[in-house]
Ligand binder design. Structure first.
Ligand code: SF4
Length: 702
C-alpha cells in the first residue's frame, strides 16, 4: 500500500508490435492508499511515428504486466510442468544437447528464431547456432514475413532495405500503389502519411482481394484474385510500355535487362491478364496510366504480394514497374516493402537466416566466412554451411534429422503452414526447449521452458521499416527470474563449453561486436553507436562510419550492384500452387486484424486487445454464404487438403465471391495454418500463405 504522496514513474519505451516502432511512455501511478498501481500510456514524439500510437501500442504494456508471465524455468515431468532452478535448467540443456550431438552429429540440434527479437538477440542467436552449437540448422519466422521482398530487393537493387525513401517522402507522391498491404490495420500510425498525400492530390491505387480500411482510402481498388499479383503487375508494365510511359534515359543509364523484359511484355496478352487476375482491362489501364503520368509516385508491397509461392517473382514484377518508369531515388518516388514484425528489418540482417551471416553476408561466400570467422575468433572451416528455411526445418524435425530444437521469440506451431504436420514433428523431438514470456502453443509441447524478459525489461536496438535503427532502453526490472534472450544464449553456450565466445555484460557489448561484424556488409551498422542513438532520432543504415550522416533516401545516384545498375527481369503470369476444384471450390486467403500481432501470444493476453477480437472468424461474401447455407455469426468448418478448422462466419461484401478470409492470430482449432499450403517459393522459400483451396460448411447443418 502506498502510504505517502502520489508516486509517478515514467518509463520511456517503444511499442514492440510492428515495424514502425512508435515511441511511447508508460506511466505507472501509485495513488495515496492504493494497493496496486494504475497505468496509462502516452505517445512520444519520434520521426517515424510523429507522436502517434495505435490501439496495439496503447495497450502493449498489458501483456508485459500480465499475471500469466512465466517467472521461472519449467520442466516437463510426468505430463506436468514443474519449476526448476536456472542452474538445473542450464545443466540439463548442456547435457541433453551434448548427448544428442555426440550420438547424432552436431546438426541434430537446431535453432528457430524470430523477427521480433532485438538486433542484439538476433545477432547472438545466429552466432549461438554457428559457434556454440556448431549446427547449420537455424532459421526464423521472418522467413514467412520478409523473405520474398528481401530476395527481390537484393537481386534488383543490390540491397534490401524495406523502404527506399523516408516515410516523410510519402506525402510528396502524386500516385501511390498499395499492393497487398493493409496499413490501416497492420501499421496504423502510418495512415496519416497517406492521407496527407491525398490532401496533396495523390491518386491512391489499392490491390487486394478484400475491401479493408486501407482500400477504403484508395481512389481505385483492384480486387485481384488471390495469387495473381505478378500477372497484374505484368499488365501494368505492359500498359506503361504501350503508352510510352517508360523512362528511356533512366532505363539506359541505370538499369540492365530491359530488352528481354520488353520482348516478354510485348508477348503478353492484356485480355488474358484481365481474365487471370479478375481485374478489368480498363482498370489495369487506368492504374498504369495514372502511375506512369504522375510526376512522383511510390509503390508499396507487403505480405499480400509476398506470401505466395511466386512471391519473389511477384515482387520483382512490381520492381520492374518502378524501374521502367524511373520513379525511384527521388523525393516522393520510390519503393517500399512494408515490413510487418517489430524488428522485421533488423531480424533479417544479422545472421538468423539459414544462408546468412551478419551484415547480410552470405554463409557460402568464402570471403564473408573468413571475415565473420575472424570477428568471432574461430577458423573459417569451423563455421557450418548453409541450412534450410523455416518450414524445411520442420520437415527435418518430422524426419527426425533434427532431434532437438531451441525456439526463441517464435510460436512455430501456429505460424508455420500445414501446422498439423508441424505439430506432429515437434511432438517427435527428443528435447524441445522454448524461451518465451508465456505458455504459448509451442511452449505447451516443450520439455523445458525458459522465461524471458519483455520489451519493457530488456534493452536493445530495433530497425524500423525505413532502415532506421532505434534504441529501446529497459524501463522495468525483469519479472521473476526471467532473463534477457542474449543472457540465456550466453548461459547455454557456457554449458556447451563455448562460453569464451559469449562473454558479454550488456546488450551494448553485443551491439559493439555486431557493428564490427556488419562493417563493409550490405547492412553496415559500423557507424552506429548507443551514444549516437541516444542523441539522434535513430540512424539509418548503411552507416559505414560514426561521422556518416546517413540517409533515408537510397539510389539517388546509383544502385548498390557493382556498376551501379538495377536489374530488370521477365516475370511469368504464375498460377497459385493449389487451384480450386469441385472438392475445394473456394480460395482461402489469410491476414491480420487491427488488434492482434503475429500468433497472438502477447496480444491475446492484453485484455483491451483481446476484448476487441475474442476469436477468429471467416469472412465470406453474402452470395457464398447463401450457396453454402451459412448465416452471419454461425460456426463454420473450413477444410483444405491438410485439415479442418472451426471459426465463426462474418458475412460481408468486402470479400470476393470466390474467396474466404481467415486471420492468422489464433491457435488450436482456430489456427488457420492448419489448413494453409506448405508449398514454397523456389527462390526465397516463402510458403504460399495467401492462397490455397478450401471448402466450407456450417458446423451444425440443417
Ligand atoms: Fe506503432 Fe505499430 Fe505499435 Fe501501432 S503496432 S503503436 S503502429 S509500432
Amino acid at each position: 500500500t502506498n502510504t505517502g504522496a502520489p508516486v509517478l514513474k515514467v518509463m520511456d519505451t517503444q511499442c514492440p508490435f510492428c515495424s514502425v516502432q512508435c515511441k511511447a511512455q508508460v506511466i505507472e501511478e501509485w495513488a495515496p492508499g492504493a494497493t496496486k498501481p494504475t497505468y496509462r500510456v502516452e505517445p512520444k514524439m519520434n520521426a517515424a511515428s510523429e507522436g502517434r500510437l495505435c490501439i496495439k501500442g496503447m495497450n502493449a504494456y498489458q501483456h508485459a504486466l500480465h499475471r500469466e508471465r512465466l517467472t521461472e524455468p519449467l520442466l516437463r515431468q510426468g505430463g506436468q510442468f514443474v519449476p526448476i532452478s536456472w542452474d538445473a535448467a542450464l545443466t540439463l540443456i548442456g547435457e541433453r544437447f551434448t548427448a544428442l550431438q555426440d550420438q547424432y552429429g552436431r546438426d541434430t540440434v537446431g535453432v528457430y528464431g524470430g523477427g521480433s527479437l532485438t538486433n542484439e538477440s538476433a545477432y547472438l542467436l545466429g552466432k549461438f547456432a554457428r559457434v556454440a552449437l556448431r549446427s547449420k540448422y537455424i532459421d526464423y519466422n521472418g522467413r514467412f514475413c520478409m523473405s520474398a521482398a528481401a530476395s527481390a530487393g537484393n537481386k534488383a537493387f543490390g540491397i534490401d532495405r524495406g523502404l527506399t525513401n523516408p516515410l516523410s517522402d510519402i506525402p510528396l507522391a502524386k500516385c501511390i500503389i498499395l499492393a497487398g498491404t493493409n496499413i490501416a490495420e497492420c501499421q496504423p500510425t502510418l495512415m496519416p502519411y497517406f492521407t496527407r498525400a491525398k490532401e496533396n492530390g495523390a491518386f491512391i491505387i489499392a490491390i487486394d482481394p478484400r475491401e479493408t480500411g486501407t482500400t477504403r482510402m484508395s481512389d481505385l481498388h483492384l480486387k485481384v484474385k488471390p495469387g495473381m499479383d505478378a500477372a497484374l503487375a505484368n499488365g501494368l508494365q505492359k500498359v506503361l510500355l504501350e503508352e510510352g510511359l517508360i523512362d528511356a534515359s533512366f532505363l539506359g543509364a541505370r538499369t540492365k535487362g530491359f530488352a528481354e523484359l520488353k520482348a516478354h511484355l510485348e508477348a503478353l496478352d492484356l485480355e488474358e491478364i484481365a481474365q487471370l487476375t479478375g481485374v478489368s482491362e480498363a482498370n489495369i489501364r487506368k492504374a498504369a496510366v495514372t502511375y506512369g503520368k504522375s510526376s512522383t509516385a511510390m509503390v508499396f508491397t507487403a505480405r499480400g504480394v509476398e506470401q505466395q509461392t511466386d512471391g519473389y517473382m511477384a515482387v520483382r514484377a512490381f520492381l520492374n514497374l518502378v524501374l521502367m518508369s524511373g520513379k525511384i531515388g527521388k523525393p516522393g518516388s520510390g519503393y517500399g516493402a512494408v515490413t510487418g514484425q517489430g524488428n522485421g528489418q533488423g531480424g533479417r540482417e544479422h545472421g538468423q537466416k539459414a544462408d546468412q551471416l551478419p551484415g547480410y553476408r552470405l554463409i557460402e561466400n568464402p570471403g564473408d566466412r573468413a571475415y565473420i570467422a575472424d570477428v568471432w575468433d574461430i577458423e573459417p572451416e569451423e563455421l557450418p554451411g548453409k541450412g534450410v528455411s523455416a518450414y524445411e526445418m520442420m520437415e527435418k524435425v518430422h524426419a527426425q534429422e533434427i532431434r532437438s530444437l531451441l525456439v526463441m521469440g517464435s510460436n512455430p506451431i501456429v505460424s508455420n503452414p500445414n501446422a498439423n504436420f508441424v505439430e506432429e514433428g515437434l511432438r517427435k523431438l527428443d528435447f524441445l526447449v522454448v524461451a518465451d514470456m508465456f505458455f504459448s502453443e509451442t511452449a505447451q509441447l516443450a520439455d523445458l521452458i525458459l522465461p524471458v524478459t519483455s520489451y519493457m525489461e530488456n534493452a536493445g536496438t530495433l530497425t524500423n521499416l525505413e532502415g532506421r535503427v532505434l534504441l529501446r532502453e529497459a524501463s522495468r526490472p525483469p519479472v521473476g527470474q526471467s532473463r534477457d534472450d542474449w543472457r540465456v544464449l550466453s548461459d547455454i553456450a557456457d554449458q556447451l563449453g563455448r562460453g569464451q565466445y559469449f562473454e558479454y555484460g550488456s546488450a551494448e557489448d553485443i551491439f559493439e561486436e555486431l557493428r564490427v561484424a556488419s562493417r563493409g556488409g550490405i547492412a553496415d551498422y559500423y557507424g552506429i553507436t548507443y551514444d549516437r542513438l541516444r542523441r539522434e532520432e535513430g540512424v539509418y543504415w548503411p552507416c559505414p562510419s560514426t561521422g556518416t550522416v546517413s540517409t533515408g533516401r537510397l539510389f539517388e545516384q546509383q544502385f548498390a550492384h557493382e556498376g551501379g545498375r538495377a536489374e530488370l527481369i521477365p516475370v511469368d503470369n504464375h498460377m497459385p500452387a493449389e487451384l480450386t476444384d469441385d472438392a475445394y471450390p473456394l480460395y482461402l486467403t489469410t491476414g491480420r486484424v487491427l488488434s492482434q500481432y503475429l500468433t497472438g501470444v502477447q496480444t491475446r493476453r492484453s485484455r483491451s486487445l483481446a476484448a476487441r477480437d475474442v476469436e477468429s472468424f471467416v469472412e465470406l461474401h453474402p452470395k457464398t454464404a447463401r450457396a453454402y447455407r451459412i448465416t452471419d455469426g454461425e460456426l463454420v468448418r473450413v477444410t483444405s487438403r491438410r485439415g479442418t478448422i472451426v471459426v465463426r462466419s462474418r458475412v460481408t461484401t468486402d470479400i470476393r465471391q470466390d474467396t474466404v478470409f481467415v486471420p492468422m492470430h489464433w491457435g488450436d482449432s482456430q489456427c488457420v495454418n492448419k489448413i494453409t499450403n506448405q508449398a514454397l517459393d523456389p527462390t526465397c522459400r516463402m510458403p504460399g500463405f495467401k492462397v490455397c483451396a478450401v471448402t466450407i460448411e456450417p458446423l451444425v447443418s440443417g
